[in-house]
Ligand binder design. Structure first.
Ligand SMILES: *[C@@H]1O[C@H](CO)[C@@H](O)[C@H](O)[C@H]1NC(C)=O
Ligand SMILES: *[C@@H]1O[C@H](CO)[C@@H](O)[C@H](O)[C@H]1NC(C)=O
Ligand SMILES: *[C@@H]1O[C@H](CO)[C@@H](O)[C@H](O)[C@H]1NC(C)=O
Ligand SMILES: *[C@@H]1O[C@H](CO)[C@@H](O)[C@H](O)[C@H]1NC(C)=O
Ligand SMILES: *[C@@H]1O[C@H](CO)[C@@H](O)[C@H](O)[C@H]1NC(C)=O
Ligand SMILES: *[C@@H]1O[C@H](CO)[C@@H](O)[C@H](O)[C@H]1NC(C)=O
Ligand SMILES: *[C@@H]1O[C@H](CO)[C@@H](O)[C@H](O)[C@H]1NC(C)=O
Ligand SMILES: *[C@@H]1O[C@H](CO)[C@@H](O)[C@H](O)[C@H]1NC(C)=O
Length: 360
């Protein structure tokens, strides 16, 4: 978490993917951005899928309740009498006068904060933005509505979320239709400190299922394998002989240098002859897009899960006629893409629309 007194560090701003989707009108990045200026009272967002925030509407105020930490944000319309009279900054409730004129997003991965008026004590200006607390891709994406309420841009947030959700569900249906007699088996695995682990993260398991695959974790009961232990290594070897697709989520500070040979070194198995995922070139990582050394997986991919799903569908049911956004195939030698533009002072005249993929 950034220290409360330091200025926002634009170069690693996270959540920028969300902001780009959200705001119409001239959008001036200045270590954050200006919120839209049009207020259209009466537009509301309903939380349909996310579990960890709730929105309530009054005549001149809104309350956003964050179910993760029990904190509530009282958002008071700037043209109401309450705006000048009411101010909360306690451990349970903070108030904000909205629409925010501008805000910043935190420099660290998680959580992001908004900063409103600089003359207030900093802690009172921060709101916790925690899409990562949700378990499914759509639940996370719906947090665009959380951002929208602070700027009175509910209708835009609703529009973006609806488009993303519809596309995601359609792609999911396409994937289900592609599944024939059996589903491709996917091993989503990470190497850390000499040990390989098959992922147990609900989000990743859900993505694999939604893409029409089956998680290897459904068929094995041991999740971690220490490659220094010969028994573990044998078992890992055997499991890898059964899988169709491997997603290597191993952390590295230099994604550019993580190649198939890095994977093979980490697996530490001499004989790869039974690895169908190598023969079939189906070894993937989610670090294709990098922005100043932060993976866009943690930003853009969270705000646009339909792109992640489409990538996975291509990984599981290759057409060869699709360029992935977030995943790169290291068996094929795909490199990383540095999208590294700094997020400061970027000026675009319209918000980006979410990328809606052909679905048939
Ligand atoms: C409320 O905010 C809007 C949008 O920023 C602004 O145009 C308007 O002047 C503000 N009204 C008051 C009373 O501050
Ligand atoms: C953001 O708001 C603060 C406090 O209201 C103000 O001092 C600052 O100039 C604003 N920044 C931009 C870029 O509008
Ligand atoms: C999936 O298959 C069903 C039945 O064949 C078909 O009606 C439906 O349109 C397909 N959906 C998509 C998204 O391709
Ligand atoms: C892996 O096994 C080796 C050899 O038994 C052991 O020294 C090491 O501590 C183990 N690593 C972990 C993370 O348990
Ligand atoms: C990563 O690759 C670059 C370019 O090939 C090289 O200069 C650098 O030393 C590598 N870093 C590591 C840690 O291997
Ligand atoms: C490679 O994939 C194709 C279909 O994508 C499948 O028919 C074939 O059996 C796979 N080969 C291996 C060695 O798994
Ligand atoms: C490849 O994609 C393009 C554009 O979506 C489509 O027009 C074309 O028919 C596709 N080709 C194949 C072989 O699927
Ligand atoms: C932003 O870009 C538009 C179009 O390129 C330009 O007309 C405008 O002057 C720019 N605004 C700023 C503040 O740079």
């Amino acid at each position: 978490m950034s220290s409360s007194s330091s200025p926002p560090n634009c170069f690693s701003a996270i959540a920028s993917g969300w902001l780009k989707l959200l705001f119409w009108g001239v959008w001036l990045w200045s270590c954050g951005g200006r919120a839209a200026s049009t207020v259209k009272p009466g537009e509301i967002s309903k939380v349909e899928d996310a579990q960890n925030f709730h929105i309530y509407y009054g005549q001149t105020f809104k309350v956003v309740k964050n179910a993760m930490d029990g904190h509530s944000y009282l958002l008071i319309q700037n043209n109401s009498r309450m705006a000048s009279r009411t101010k909360y900054c306690t451990s349970r409730i903070k108030s904000f006068v909205i629409p925010l004129s501008n805000y910043s997003v935190d420099t660290d991965l998680f959580p992001a904060h908004f900063i409103t008026q600089s003359d207030h004590p900093q802690a009172c200006n921060f709101a916790n933005f925690v899409p990562f607390s949700e378990e499914t891709p759509l639940q996370r994406a719906e947090w665009i509505k959380f951002l929208g309420v602070f700027a009175n841009v509910e209708s835009r947030a609703n529009q973006v979320y609806n488009a993303i959700k519809e596309n995601y569900l359609c792609l999911n249906q396409v994937a289900i239709n592609k599944t024939k007699s059996f589903k491709p088996i996917v091993a989503w695995m990470e190497f850390y400190d000499g040990v390989w682990s098959f992922t147990q993260e609900a989000l990743k398991l859900k993505y694999v299922e939604d893409a029409g695959g089956e998680n290897v974790d459904n068929s094995i009961n041991k999740m971690t394998y220490n490659i220094s232990n010969p028994d573990d290594l044998d078992q890992l070897h055997a499991i890898l002989c059964t899988v169709d697709v491997v997603i290597d989520g191993t952390y590295t500070s230099e994604p550019v240098n993580y190649t198939q040979s890095t994977f093979l070194q980490n697996v530490n198995v001499e004989d790869h002859s039974c690895f169908a995922f190598l023969a079939n070139q189906s070894l993937w990582r989610f670090d294709k897009r990098i922005q100043n050394s932060i993976l866009d997986w943690f930003d853009g991919a969270v705000s646009q899960p339909q792109l992640v799903l489409a990538d996975l569908i291509e990984a599981l049911f290759p057409t060869g006629n699709y360029t992935s956004t977030y995943f790169r195939n290291i068996a094929r030698g795909d490199g990383v893409v540095n999208i590294g533009a700094d997020m400061c002072n970027r000026n675009s005249s319209i918000a980006l629309d979410p990328t809606i993929l052909p679905c048939q």
